[in-house]
Design a protein around this ligand. Structure first.
Ligand code: SF4
Length: 235
């Protein structure tokens, strides 16, 4: 029996039912719910299909991770799909510009549930060296939910592999018993993330009411100032 199979059995053990140490690699006593969670998560964690797209220099390290030296195929992740419909992991690798964040959010919405996002590199996490630049957003997590962050400029392929392993650990922790960890089994379709509107300064539609309120307050203040100026001058 391989080490990974032994570990899988050990993870299944129910703490209330001790199994003699010599038998732990061959026998597992567990609850039905935990067994179903483990098999379901084991299947998903070992067949994550990342979406094939890159944004800047970090993408070169992502490509290296898929090559023979680092070989992400060991984790069942070698199938990089060119369509969001067939991918369940979005690796945001590189600088996210205000122009590109719009298609990124659109692609995220087109991915089927369950779906995950990994932010690779300082640019994707918070803008990196271009933070506060006129054309760069300060982190992709302001627009779509991020599951794993891999810091670095650029992160090495080893760092990305570590992030992918953390992604697997997150999947392992999801359970049918905790519906919050599997929101895609809720009622009705998942809510779409609002697609930002590209403009002189990009707008997050989730904050539209704030922008409207601020704009209305500014207009009222300007009108009040004009009216008081006219009253003072006796017009
Ligand atoms: S984090 Fe560094 S290496 Fe990655 S895209 Fe930004 S500038 Fe390039």
């Amino acid at each position: 029996m391989t080490n990974s199979n032994e570990n899988f059995l050990k993870e299944l053990h129910h703490p209330d039912v001790p199994v003699p140490e010599g038998m732990q690699s061959a026998v597992a006593v567990t609850s039905f719910g935990k067994l179903i969670d483990s098999i379901y998560n084991w299947g998903r964690r070992n067949s994550i299909w990342p979406m094939a797209f890159g944004l800047a220099c970090c993408a070169i390290e992502m490509i290296a991770t898929a090559s023979s030296r680092f070989d992400q195929a060991r984790f069942g992740m070698e199938v990089l799909r060119a369509s969001p419909r067939q991918a369940d992991l979005m690796i945001v690798s590189g600088t996210v510009t205000k122009k590109m964040v719009v298609p990124i959010v659109r692609l995220y919405n087109q991915m089927a549930e369950p779906k995950y996002v990994l932010a690779m590199g300082a640019c994707a996490i918070g803008g990196g060296p271009f933070k506060e630049g006129y054309n760069v957003v300060s982190g992709i997590d302001k627009y779509i939910p991020v599951d794993v962050y891999v810091p670095g400029c650029p992160p090495t392929p080893q760092a990305l592999l570590h992030g992918l392993i953390m992604m697997q650990k997150k999947i392992d922790g999801q359970s049918f018993g905790n519906r919050n960890s599997m929101p895609w089994y809720g009622r009705g379709p998942s809510e779409e993330v609002p697609v930002p509107v590209l403009g002189p300064d990009i707008v997050d539609p989730r904050q539209a009411y704030l922008l409207r309120r601020e704009a209305a307050a500014a207009i009222s203040a300007a009108e009040a100032e004009t009216a008081s100026g006219e009253a003072d001058s006796g017009v």
